[in-house]
Ligand binder design. Structure first.
Ligand SMILES: [Zn+2]
Ligand SMILES: [Zn+2]
Length: 193
């Protein structure tokens, strides 16, 4: 741990929250001398305090230990750069256009890398009165199923959640220049060519 770096971060977070050393010290049940010591890099906060410091400053403990927050570059907002994340513990589905650090059920999740559809993971799509009519044969058992289908264009995404035992057909509004992605609980993310 680099106490100098951590101290600088703690100081800037406290300024950002407009707290005095005394106010922070009271919230953490430590002396204001201790806070002053950390902020000058003369010592690191005790590990037992990290959780509360993280709560007060609404920052990841990990980032406090790193001593920096590392902001991402500006998100251009193009939905075509969308990333999909699923939590293998609870099944949560998350999308993002930026590069966030995502965790669910206490574990970090990496964005899924889309694969080009194969024989097992494919969809047939036809136009139906302005909608897309999508059918697929992939199994839909509790152990192995298609858990979402998403149509993505430059400014919007339409994500449809699917459930086990559901039939392999659905109808979704057609998006201009839309690209179709879908997720399999066992085989990750797929994109239609
Ligand atoms: Zn989860
Ligand atoms: Zn599969």
């Amino acid at each position: 741990m680099d106490c100098g770096k951590i101290g600088k971060l703690l100081l800037s977070l406290r300024k950002e929250k407009q707290l005095t050393q005394k106010q922070l010290a009271d919230a953490l049940h430590v002396s204001d001398k201790a806070v002053s010591k950390w902020e000058r890099g003369l010592g690191c906060p005790d590990i037992t305090l990290l959780n509360n410091i993280a709560k007060v400053y609404q920052v990841n403990i990990e980032k406090i230990l790193d001593g920096e927050l590392e902001p991402n570059s500006d998100d251009g907002g193009n939905m075509k750069k969308i990333k999909f994340y699923t939590c293998s513990t609870c099944g949560n589905i998350i999308t993002s256009t930026g590069d966030p650090e995502i965790s669910c059920c206490g574990r970090k999740i990496q964005p899924m890398q889309p694969k080009k559809s194969d024989d097992e993971h494919k969809m047939s799509i036809s136009d139906s009165e302005g909608d897309l009519y999508i059918t697929f044969n992939h199994q839909m058992s509790k152990e192995h199923f298609i858990n979402f289908i998403a149509s993505v264009s430059y400014d919007r995404v339409m994500l449809v959640r699917l459930y086990p035992e559901q039939g392999g057909e659905l109808r979704i509004p057609k998006l201009p220049y839309g690209k179709i992605y879908f997720g399999c609980t066992n085989h990750g993310l797929w994109v239609l060519n």
